[in-house]
Design a protein around this ligand. Structure first.
Ligand code: HEM
Length: 161
């Protein structure tokens, strides 16, 4: 594959996956409101989001590395280079918070929900646990959404800085 075709492919993967990821934040994030029904009814969504995050981050890092290598590092110090770098960092932090805080809380909540369903109804402790986890999930989703918004603004403007 020649250089131009590889650049186009990386950009396509990056932008398609990035748009899907950023779009999914609203679905499962604070404004979603239907988080529980997503967890219960559409278990494949978190898998697709995970794949989109991986593709976005890997293609972004490769593009960043290629631009840095082509300019022997000088590009990383230019205004666009700094903006892509900071935007990428915000996106990666958003992924860590999203998966580490919200995703982990959602998985624990689903496990508790499963046990409660098996027992017929949730015990008072389970109800309290679910409420705490729900708060943690919402907080994580809010922070992740903010970081991803920073990334999107940086990516959208970097080229023209
Ligand atoms: C929420 C996640 C992300 C979204 C929605 C996103 C979106 C975009 C978009 C739309 C562009 C095209 C900008 C333009 O051509 O003017 C772009 C370019 C770029 N992104 Fe991201 N991005 C994300 C995460 C990342 C990450 C984690 C990195 C890793 C460092 C990264 C690195 C880059 C680089 C280096 C380019 C420039 C590519 C080029 O001009 O050929 N991005 N991104």
């Amino acid at each position: 594959m020649d250089d131009r075709a590889l650049t186009l492919l990386l950009r396509l993967i990056h932008i398609l996956a990035g748009v899907f990821w950023a779009g999914s934040v609203r679905e499962t994030g604070p404004e979603g409101g239907r988080v529980m029904s997503h967890l219960v009814g559409r278990r494949r969504l978190p898998v697709f989001i995970g794949i989109a995050i991986l593709l976005t981050v890997v293609s972004g890092l490769i593009m960043y590395g290629r631009m840095a290598a082509a300019t022997h590092g000088t590009w990383t110090g230019t205004a666009p280079g700094i903006a892509y770098g900071l935007g990428g960092l915000a996106a990666i932090l958003g992924a860590v918070v999203g998966m580490g805080v919200s995703g982990a809380a959602a998985r624990r909540m689903a496990a508790i929900g499963q046990r409660a369903a098996e027992a017929g109804r949730p015990s008072p402790e389970q109800q309290a646990q679910i409420q705490g986890l729900q708060r943690r999930m919402m907080l994580g989703a809010r922070i992740a959404a903010g970081l991803i918004a920073v990334a999107v603004v940086a990516m959208a403007t970097a080229r023209y800085l």
